[in-house]
Design a protein around this ligand. Structure first.
Ligand SMILES: N[C@@H](CCC(=O)N[C@@H](CS)C(=O)NCC(=O)O)C(=O)O
Length: 293
């Protein structure tokens, strides 16, 4: 059953995006039911509620589903008026939205790269993350919180650096945040962590650290499974079967979400549906990768 006001949150304990939504709900005093999703085995409810991106968090309210953490936070702010999260003044509101977008596009995107890329690419991403933090350091100078004395949209959006950033640094063996280099942000982290409801929406650090250490492997495993699903589709479910013939790492491309895409169909053969043997005059494939068939 949903919470008192019919609010359900599809989230995951380790997700900094779900934490934004939990914090916003708690700040507003909204009762909700938290539904734990397995992002490696998504529930029919999640797939139905966020059919486009298939990601958590999703807020279910009044038979409607709202997706994307920052969209949800704004929805919460407009629906429940207590303790405003966004400024009332249109230009202040625009500024808060600008910084929230900056954090997601400039900082989170490079952190994703750090988490999943190879050492050579990590170096550039670490540099970019530090540059983004330098900009935020300037912005918070002289302020207790980005939102002034009370927590606002920018604080909620950046809150993950107070816990997740250190854990990701450890899991990826890099150093990005340094309180000497970023004294104002370091002070902001302390103020943010002291704010009501923040700590109770954070997962235990040790558990999070273990999760992120394993996460890289889980993502790799997911690439293998999704590639196998793609091949099975080509081989058995297309109108005419497409026998791919060239599985090798360089032909498996990854999008920004690390979803695999099978590419290069130069050696592929078409086979009429249901035919048991493939007519081919010679073996084709890349040496070292051809299956023993
Ligand atoms: N921009 C999204 C990001 C949400 C996101 O990346 N969620 C992750 C979990 S932390 C997810 O659901 N991943 C599943 C997937 O990529 O398939 C937001 O702000 O809500």
């Amino acid at each position: 059953m949903a919470g008192e006001q019919g609010v359900k949150l599809l989230g995951a304990w380790f997700s900094p995006f779900a934490q934004r939504v939990e914090l916003a709900l708690k700040l507003k005093g909204v009762k909700y039911v938290a539904v734990e999703e397995d992002i490696f085995n998504k529930s029919p409810l999640l797939l139905k509620s966020n059919p486009v991106l298939k990601k958590i968090p999703v807020l279910l309210h009044n038979e409607k589903s709202i997706c994307e953490s920052l969209v949800i936070v704004e929805y919460i702010d407009e629906t429940w008026k207590l303790n405003p999260i966004l400024p009332q003044d249109p230009s202040d509101k625009a500024v808060a939205r600008f910084w929230a977008k900056y954090i997601d596009e400039k900082l989170i995107e490079v952190i994703r790269k750090i988490l999943f890329s190879k050492a050579e690419e990590q170096e550039e991403a670490v540099k970019q993350a530090k540059e983004a933090l330098e900009v935020l350091e300037e912005e918070v100078k002289g302020k207790k919180l980005f939102g002034g004395d009370t927590i606002g949209l920018i604080d909620i959006t950046l809150g993950w650096i107070s816990l997740w950033l250190g854990v990701i640094e450890e899991a990826s063996n890099v150093q990005i945040f340094d309180s000497e280099k970023f004294p104002c942000l370091a002070k902001w982290v302390l103020n943010y962590l002291e704010y009501p409801f923040v700590k109770e929406t954070m997962p235990p650090r040790d558990q999070l650290a273990d999760f992120f250490k394993n996460f890289r492997w889980k993502k790799r495993f997911n690439v293998a499974v999704r590639t196998a699903e793609g091949l099975a589709y080509l081989h058995h479910e297309c109108l005419e079967w497409v026998i791919y013939c060239d599985v090798k790492p360089v032909n498996i491309l990854l999008d920004s979400e690390f979803e695999s895409k099978i590419s290069d169909f130069g050696l592929a053969k078409l086979s009429p549906r249901g035919k048991q043997t493939l007519e081919a005059s010679r073996i084709s494939g890349t040496k070292g990768y051809t299956a023993p068939k």
